[in-house]
Design a protein around this ligand. Structure first.
Ligand code: T5A
Length: 217
């Protein structure tokens, strides 16, 4: 089963991914945790370019194709092989990030973005997308503090430095996509403590596992 985490900066995706992976592994599932950009070796090099605040003047189309290159390689090298082995794949960001950031954030045509993404992923859409939702003001504070603590304000700060209106558009884009695909998306209230975020994720994942006849009690 293929599960993705989505949401604005600092929503708590990486934290929820880690907690959910532990929970599922304790139940006996084999789990592959990965992320975009940077879930494969090519992707790690692309990530350094894409997230570094010193990467200036990058055209929106060039940015798009770098994310797509990362995704195409990542699907082929990591995600499909793990799914073929029957693992549960937990991926931090995927196609919906491109539609939300490059589409709603940068203003690119969202239908075109879905079409080029479909080419990159070869039709491999997630079974479930956990959308961690919270106000951008809150997410940006969390992400800013984390980057300061980890010393990544410059090396990973290019998107965090976008305006609040950009991040508000991204959030609205995510919510619109979730409204359009209610079977795939579960909206998680990410403003509460990590343990409560985990409980909401577990309930959405168990419902999906049940649908697939893969629930372990
Ligand atoms: N992007 C990406 C695009 O524009 N297009 C694309 O196609 C793709 C794939 C990736 C950037 O690239 C853009 C979007 C992004 O701007 P990234 O650094 O990989 O950047 O983004 P993430 O790793 O997803 O990091 P985020 O900044 O979004 O943060 P997370 O993972 O949502 O949050 P997390 O778990 O690191 O938590 C942040 C801080 O908050 C705390 C944590 O301890 C941490 O300090 N925290 C909580 N505090 C209180 N309550 C909770 N529930 C908390 N959960 C976490």
């Amino acid at each position: 089963m293929f599960i993705t985490f989505e949401g604005i900066e600092g929503a708590g995706k990486s934290t929820a991914q880690r907690l959910l992976a532990d929970h599922l592994q304790n139940k006996g599932y084999t789990v592959c945790t990965t992320r975009e950009p940077g879930g494969c070796s090519l992707g790690r090099r692309l990530r350094a370019v894409l997230l570094d605040a010193r990467t200036t003047g990058l055209r929106s189309k060039a940015e798009l194709f770098l994310f797509l290159a990362d995704r195409a390689q990542h699907v082929g090298e990591v995600i499909r092989p793990a799914l073929d082995e029957g693992q549960i794949v937990l991926c931090d960001r995927y196609v919906d990030s491109t539609v939300a950031y490059q589409g709603y954030g940068r203003g690119m045509d969202t239908d075109q973005l879905v079409a080029v993404n479909n080419l990159a992923i070869g039709g491999l859409w997630p079974h479930l997308t956990l959308l961690l939702d919270l106000p951008p003001e809150m997410g940006l504070i969390r992400a800013g503090q984390r980057n300061k603590e980890e010393g990544t304000v410059i090396s990973e700060g290019r998107f965090e430095s976008e305006s609040l209106t950009f991040h508000t558009r991204v959030r609205e884009g995510y919510l619109e996509r979730a409204a359009g695909e209610p079977d795939r998306f579960a909206i998680i209230d990410a403003s509460c403590p990590p343990e409560d975020v985990l409980l909401q994720c577990v309930s959405a994942v168990e419902a999906k596992l049940r649908e697939f006849g893969r629930v372990v009690e």
